[in-house]
Design a protein around this ligand. Sequence first.
Ligand code: 1HN
Length: 346
Amino acid sequence: MSNDLGRLEDLPIDYRDQLTSENLVPLWPSLRGVLPPHVPTRKTQPTHWAYQAIKPLLLRAGDLTPIEKAERRVLVLANPGHGLEKMQASAAIYLGMQLLLPGEWAPSHRHTPNAVRMIVEGEGAYTTVDGQKCPMSRGDLILTPTGLWHEHGHDGTDPVIWLDVLDLPLVYYMETSYHVNGERQQVQPGRGERAYGRGGVVPTQVFQRSGKRYPMLRYPWVEARAALEAMAADEPALECVQVTYVNPETGEDAENILGYYALMLRPGQTLKLPARSPACVFHQIEGRAQVQVSGSDFTLEAADTCCAPGYEAVTLRNLSADQPAFLFMADESPLHRKLGVYEVRA
Ligand code: 1HN
């Protein structure tokens, strides 16, 4: 097959003008661009966002912009490879750091993109999702899946900050992104959600299925951390000490498009992750780690975040010789699997 396809400039100008006026475009000058050999073209650049840099700017946003003027007071972690104005960390992943001050309320709405929040700092805030009040503590993961009402409140005394992860870039690209505003939700006491908080047992559905697509909305960090520590202790030879956040009724990914995971690096451990098609995001929950990906070398301090493009191997190294390091990960693998494009490259 020829690597030397005809260029646009090779065509007579009158022919090109006629094509344009009929809304027609020749494929061959662009064919290698849209279908490059062996490895896709990726705009996603390895990018690191230091919490130390974000936090003071976010607190200043708290002074500059009242919550009523922001609805959601967020600084977006934008990948320069996509252009900052696109507000993308990768092709399908949006990341933002959100600040809620004591007494503030971020009003109820629902939208088509799926979201999760990973709590970074502070106590006393909560998200109400589909009538369920979900308290926020460091490391907790709270789902706000597509279509579910959600709002944030804060009864504590200090600022609360969390990382939002959404599939907004994909949903927007599909021309399916919109929101609806709503009234303050009635908190529904005890719908039994807490029964899902224990690994291995779920409520028996004797008379009918729960009917809930999202039975579990809050994944407490104490539980995920305990699972990782137990795995590490019980399987000393296990290389990748990682758990996946799943729907406890089906075992499927917690949400439809992005995947969420927690990972433990043993003291001094170096973990080489193979090149896989999905882009991914790392957020340091505890400890410090080095992240190497396609020529970039980041040090993740606690609460730092970085992203890695797809089709690149990633090396993670725990920078402590005597303490474990814990990371939250998000990636595009549920999307890639559903689309049939998921790959692991040896
Ligand atoms: C959103 O609804 C939240 O509810 C946060 O906290 C970030 C970014 C884009 C679109 C919707 C929230 C968002 C968002």
